[in-house]
Design a protein around this ligand. Sequence first.
Ligand code: MG
Length: 383
Amino acid sequence: MKRQIAILGSTGSIGTQALDVIRRHPDKLGVYALTANNQVDLLIQQAREFNPEVVVIANEAKYPALKEALANLPIKVWAGAEAIAQVVSIEEVDMVLTAMVGYAGLQPTIAAIKTGKAIALANKETLVIAGELIKKLALEHKAAIIPVDSEHSAIFQCLAGEGNNDINKILLTASGGPFRTFTKEQLCHVTAKEALKHPNWSMGAKVTIDSASMINKGFEMIEAKWLFGVQPQQIQVLVHPQSIVHSMVQFEDMSVKAQLGVPDMRLPIQYALNYPERLHSDFQAIDWHTFSSLTFEEPDMEKFRNLGFAFEAISKGGNMPCILNAANEIVVAAFLEDRIGFLQMSDVIEKMMQSIPFIASPTYDDLIETDKITRLRVMSYEL
Ligand code: MG
């Protein structure tokens, strides 16, 4: 029996790499549904190749083009945000890969969890914004969450077979991004174009900028807290420029387990899609002559202030991580359009965390509202 997968966000970086994994394992993995936000041409091409039961385009204006292009195929064509929530509840879908970018992933992920299906979670912002709520819902609906983020996949793999053994510490590795060795002065002048050149990983634009500013690592700390039930003090960020050790777990006996591999997102994606069984791959193996030395260093919190903000947000809890995320989404969009400087992004995030009203125990509606007012406030900052 093939595992039938619904890919939410199939035209993005994770989505296209997931399809590459599925293409290599047609006997094990099937595409039941594909959804995309805007990129209708690529969605059409994917639908023609993988022949899913359903495709959804979130942007309804693109529906006619999609419908017409697939008219001669037995594929259901739907449109709109509601349709995405509908797709995940189709009985034949065994697993939902949440690969949309940012806040947009929240609602569909919640809908998927409520069906009790296995979730391969690639949309980390969901856990950043609403970790507590998501965890509660997943327990209630018995939905397994399998991380796709490479660090969390590594931790998840280190925990396999450990039963109830307590985690003493998570060692979350970070490449340090393209500006690891830059001075603060140099950071003042970096452009989006430079930030988009990640030294090791091939990823979408948003996460690549997040990675350069290290807020991505901050988000991953929050993600780790919710996925693995650890306290913020139990997470240590280690800068590891080679990106070979994808993260480590230290147990209470001080034994440390690590998961290693060449930086290729298809590896954690494949592990999640066919979990718990590993599949053969012809991905590149580590060449120990090239990587004869693996190095680890402390992150520079003075230069990369976002890490400190994330630590503050995770410690305060409530709607603070939601404020952090919303402010970041707007400043990253502004940075990508050269409307704001690299270091200014942190300044705006800090201001938002200080000025948006704090709610200690937010409801879902409170989070929606927090997201909205934070975005409006940031946009009023003449960005
Ligand atoms: Mg990651």
